[in-house]
Ligand binder design. Structure first.
Ligand SMILES: NC(=O)C1=CN([C@@H]2O[C@H](COP(=O)(O)OP(=O)(O)OC[C@H]3O[C@@H](n4cnc5c(N)ncnc54)[C@H](OP(=O)(O)O)[C@@H]3O)[C@@H](O)[C@H]2O)C=CC1
Ligand SMILES: O=C(O)C1=N[C@H](C(=O)O)C[C@H](O)C1
Length: 271
């Protein structure tokens, strides 16, 4: 019998880590080969299924990232920027496909992934759901069809434990809108309104971040002109949508040449 690709999950005890472990362990196309947590985490040394409060899955949570990633065909990583850079080095050295969902990375941190991508396939997206990736394409098209009489605002809402803002998704949508308009997002992004801000600058793309309760992830792209508004909206109510995308990416990455890819590549959504 052919063995399915083995998947190692970083940040096993995290919100996404646990969701990914559930999805991989229920998949018949992939199997869970490893679960990683930080040294000193109480889950290290325990069966990951038991640690999650369910039945044993036969995989012990390890703090030995290199060994665990080397034993996998893909590592799925939804953690934090510095951790992701560390895992990228290991994935590159061991030739393991690296699926990155981590957000909040600086431009320098993203650039640093470039050298890892010379050695292995990296698939990275600020949002791995089908819906949001479709929404980026729609945003780009609507932005291209409208002129600067339409002010573009991106409004996102997330749970109260989220540490980065704007969300990775909001930035993806901002990039898509800027691309549609033929401008660079860094030149037009307005990310921090407070106090006497002055009137809105024509052509800016504004960002607003709401944080509260257990909101999984909500994004509006508003195109507002005199007398009319268009709103493109995505609402996520279950983290499974992100995990499903990550599993698809891990499978799609098998046998791919080293390089940087995104979910538009995985989902075949390029126009
Ligand atoms: N692209 C997408 O589709 C999505 C992306 N995300 C992103 O995924 C990331 C994680 O989100 P979420 O699961 O909610 O966050 P959590 O805080 O619930 O989980 C983060 C996990 O990463 C671990 N971690 C943090 N820092 C390090 C480190 N330096 N080294 C090793 N492990 C570390 C944490 O371990 P410990 O508990 O020991 O600190 C924890 O297990 C965020 O960046 C979020 O924005 C989330 C959902 C969808
Ligand atoms: O931190 C989260 O929860 C999420 N993060 C991603 C982001 O920053 O956009 C994706 C999703 O919205 C959930």
């Amino acid at each position: 019998m052919t063995q399915t690709p083995g998947i190692a999950i970083t940040g096993a005890s995290g919100r996404m880590g646990q969701m990914l472990i559930r999805q991989v362990s229920e998949s018949d196309r992939l199997h869970l080969s490893g679960a990683i947590d930080q040294p000193g985490h109480p889950w290290v040394g325990q069966d990951v299924g038991t640690a999650m409060g369910g039945s044993a899955l036969g995989v012990i949570v390890s703090d030995a990232a290199r060994e665990t990633i080397a034993g996998a065909d893909a590592v799925i990583d939804f953690t934090a920027p510095e951790a992701t850079l560390h895992f990228a080095e290991i994935a590159a050295e061991t030739g393991v496909v690296h699926v990155i969902g981590t957000t909040g990375m600086s431009d320098d941190q993203i650039a640093a992934l470039g050298s890892a991508a010379q050695k292995t396939a990296i698939i990275r997206a600020g949002n791995m759901s089908l819906g949001v990736n479709l929404l980026t394409q729609l945003t780009r098209r609507v932005a291209a069809a409208l002129d600067e009489d339409f002010d573009i605002e991106i409004i996102e809402a997330h749970h109260n434990q989220k540490v980065d803002a704007p969300s990775g998704t909001a930035l993806m949508l901002g990039e898509a809108a800027a691309e549609g308009r033929g401008v660079s997002l860094s030149q037009v992004a307005d990310r921090g309104r407070d106090g006497i801000t002055g009137a809105r600058r024509r052509g800016d793309i504004g960002f607003t971040a709401i944080r509260g309760g257990d909101i999984v992830g909500e994004h509006d792209v508003l195109f507002a002109a005199a007398g009319e508004r268009i709103v493109l909206r995505h609402l996520a109510s279950d983290r499974a949508v992100f995990a499903r995308g990550a599993l698809k990416a891990a499978l799609w990455g098998q046998g791919k040449a080293p390089g940087e890819y995104d979910m538009i590549d995985v989902l075949g959504l390029k126009d």
